[in-house]
Design a protein around this ligand. Structure first.
Ligand code: 5AD
Ligand code: SF4
Length: 471
């Protein structure tokens, strides 16, 4: 295959990613596959010979964003006919052939179950000699046993896929239609990747999947898999997304108390606080059952941060149903939420349900939800002022270069200015604050989206050494 490497050496790719963490991680795999094939990355679409859109179809808005970007690249292709355009991700899967028909200037359509097909992309000038099928959207359960190289841009945290697809068929959701049936990655393959990440200096792994807590491979369940991961040297923090409330077992709840590296944060999508709506969403839990699990989690790991997803204006949602969601938010007091207006997705059961809620009502309910949650988030963050938190440094703050930024175990962003600490405690050296180091910070201010900390140089039982730094 060396001939291919030479041919591709001067060719550049640019990836435009839409959507969730799963897609961002898929883009890292696309980069890895192309780099292995000798491509290098351009800083924008204009400087590239191959532009890849890694698309999202979870809501109409994400799809529209992609379509308008596609229009822009089409113009670029008119000026630069050698430009190749690939569409990957959920829109590729969903539209398939139709995409090629509607936009014949697209060269490749590759669904999320067929990422490996990227390796066959060759930047030739003549479309006829492209040596792969233009369309790669077949169902592919083999994905779970494929070890695709990922080119990770961020440190010290890394995403690691542990399962693909989803079998839940929540009635609003397109994912089971685009990412296919649930398949789990064998532990040995996960272990190899996590060990390689540890020896490459990564400190944190986030296990990824649509429904990670239903992980089951060769008799190993999710809590068992976390226990094995917890024993891998070099990795200091373990996280996972996303969980389905129905599959949140007592074993997993206990893991928050027993596994040292498992961070005290769980994203547990509620979607609605009304039982009749939950039933029509096919979520298969009740609000009471969900709340019982939250209570158990909070007993097991006091201070655990809990975040959620909420959909506003699902078909048939009445004012009372909406009020039930508002009450649930008030009572549960999440640390943060992602809330969305319901968006009908073609091919999903709910898209043809009766009593679709008018857009203006959906929008009003969404803004009620967001306003309420902002108050709660602000209050919960305020409670953290004065506490000392372990923060894993990620890099310099985007807003202020003099500041560093990192995350607490509970996944809150903390920015801090390292200089006062450096002056006061002379033994702290700047290099000890580089990404990947854990520091102890006293929280001095709280905002809605981030906290501000100060290097803590006192001694707190159970936290890293007196200079506030673990080496
Ligand atoms: N409309 C609005 N929000 C949706 N989500 C999934 N499908 C839809 C849809 N059709 C939300 C859910 C899910 C999150 C990833 O996206 O809240 O948890
Ligand atoms: Fe969609 Fe439900 Fe699967 Fe999540 S669990 S990906 S919301 S079908």
């Amino acid at each position: 295959m060396d001939w291919k490497k030479n041919e591709n050496k001067n060719h550049k790719f640019y990836i435009h990613t839409f959507g969730c963490q799963m897609n961002f991680h898929d883009s890292e795999k696309i980069s890895g596959l192309l780099s292995e094939n000798g491509f290098s990355e351009a800083s924008d679409g204009e400087g590239a010979d191959l532009v890849i859109f890694n698309t999202c179809s979870i809501r109409e808005k994400a799809e529209q964003k992609f379509l308008s970007e596609l229009g822009r690249i089409r113009k670029l292709k008119q000026q630069k006919p050698g430009l190749r355009i690939a569409v990957a991700g959920c829109v590729a899967q969903q539209m398939g052939k139709e995409l090629l028909k509607k936009a014949p200037y697209i060269d490749y359509v590759i669904g999320p179950q067929n990422l490996h097909a990227i390796k066959d992309i060759v930047p030739v000038q003549d479309k006829k000699s492209v040596d792969m099928p233009l369309l790669s959207v077949a169902e592919n359960p083999e994905l779970a046993s494929m070890e695709l190289p990922a080119e990770r841009k961020k440190r010290p945290g890394a995403w690691v896929s542990i399962m693909y697809g989803c079998d839940n068929f929540c009635t609003y959701c397109i994912v089971p239609h685009t990412r296919g049936r649930e398949v789990c990655r064998p532990w040995e393959s996960i272990r190899r990747e996590v060990e390689a990440l540890a020896s490459d200096g990564f400190k944190e792994v986030t296990f990824l999947g649509q429904n990670v807590n239903s992980y089951l491979s060769g008799g190993l369940d999710f809590p068992g898999m976390l226990e094995l991961a917890d024993a891998i040297d070099g990795i200091e923090r373990i996280r996972f997304v996303t969980s389905h409330p129905r599959d949140l077992s007592d074993g997993l709840i206990q893991a928050f108390g027993s596994l040292k590296k498992l961070c005290e944060h769980i994203h547990l999508p509620l979607q609605s606080g009304s039982d009749p709506i939950l039933a029509r969403m096919n979520r298969r839990y009740s609000l009471a059952g969900y709340r019982e699990k939250i209570e158990k989690l909070r007993r097991q790991a006091p201070g655990i941060s809990i975040t959620t997803d909420i959909i506003a204006g699902f078909p048939g949602e009445t004012d009372e149903d909406h009020e039930a969601t508002m009450t649930a938010l008030r009572e549960i007091e999440y640390d943060g939420i992602f809330a969305f207006k319901y968006s009908p997705r073609p091919g999903t059961a709910a898209s043809v349900f009766e009593k679709q809620v008018p857009d203006a009502v959906r929008a009003r309910r969404l803004s009620d939800i967001l306003a309420l949650q902002n108050e709660i988030t602000a209050r919960k963050n305020m409670y953290l002022v004065g506490t000392v938190q372990e923060v894993l440094v990620e890099g310099t703050s985007e807003k202020d270069e003099k500041k560093l930024t990192g995350r607490t175990r509970s996944n809150k962003i903390v920015n801090f200015d390292p200089s006062p600490g450096l002056e006061k405690a002379k033994k702290i050296k700047m290099e000890n604050l580089l990404p990947g180091r854990t520091v102890c910070l006293r929280i001095i201010r709280a905002g809605l989206h981030s906290l501000e900390g100060q290097l803590f140089t006192g001694n707190v039982a159970g936290l890293p050494p007196e200079d506030g730094i673990s080496l």
